[in-house]
Design a protein around this ligand. Structure first.
Ligand code: FMN
Length: 211
């Protein structure tokens, strides 16, 4: 019977098989870096409320930072438009809010409440072990940005998410009124740093969970 392989392939077959088997052994032929890479893309949901555009600009910078990590898929959506599937299929969720009366805005709070009312997050703890992070914009220098980020993180902790910071101690934030010239480059860089950190941590966690 005529061989389908080009001449000399018979001799190469055993060594090819041996190489394939070697590559199936974890860590062999790939190095540790491949062992750390998640099998499927890391999905990061960046969601926000914004009335006059400031928080939206920060959200776009968070997206840019997350996208800079290879193997990351990013979805940007307003909080009111996120579906249950988008929320529960994400590996990481980054939530941004304007400061309203020294706290997150009502729309963002409603988004968290809807995790149960609309999406049924309990009793299965469907957000458990997803990575979470926060960002905020506020008119004044010291008038609620950190409380806003901490209350966002508190809602995530209540859902047994793994919260991370980046850009600043509690997340990324920007001052938008008064003497501030709107969102500046440093604040946008902080938002990008947050996005990068979230994508990196989510990738490591996902790769570790797959083992
Ligand atoms: C109802 C309301 C309450 C606000 N309360 C605060 C506040 O307590 N502290 C603060 O720093 N800024 C406050 N601001 C200002 C907004 O947080 C700020 O302008 C923010 O950047 C708006 O974000 P956006 O452009 O994404 O809507 C308030 C704004 C509104 C409309």
């Amino acid at each position: 019977m005529r061989s389908e392989f080009p001449s000399g392939s018979r001799l190469r077959l055993p060594s090819t098989l041996f190489l394939c088997l070697l590559l199936l052994i974890p860590g062999v032929g790939s190095g540790e870096a491949l062992a750390e890479e998640p099998a499927s893309p890391v999905k990061v949901l960046v969601t926000y409320h914004s009335h006059s555009g400031n928080t939206e600009r920060m959200a776009e910078a968070v997206v840019e930072g997350a996208k800079s990590i290879p193997g990351t898929e990013v979805l940007l959506k307003r909080v009111g438009q996120v579906t249950a599937d988008e929320l529960f299929s994400a590996d990481a969720v980054v939530v941004g809010s304007p400061v309203y009366w020294s706290n997150m805005s009502g729309e963002v709070k409603t988004f968290f409440d809807n995790w149960q009312f609309k999406f049924g997050v309990f009793p299965e703890l469907k957000m458990k072990n997803k990575v979470g992070a926060a960002f905020a914009t506020g008119g004044q220098v010291s008038s609620g940005k950190e409380v806003t980020m901490l209350t966002i993180l508190a809602a995530m902790l209540g859902n047994q998410m793994i919260v991370v910071s980046g850009g600043g101690a509690f997340g990324a934030s920007a001052t938008t009124e008064g003497n501030s010239p709107g969102i500046d480059n440093q604040e946008l860089a902080d938002a990008k740093a947050l996005g990068r950190r979230v994508a990196e941590v989510a990738a490591r966690f996902k790769a570790g969970s797959a083992k």
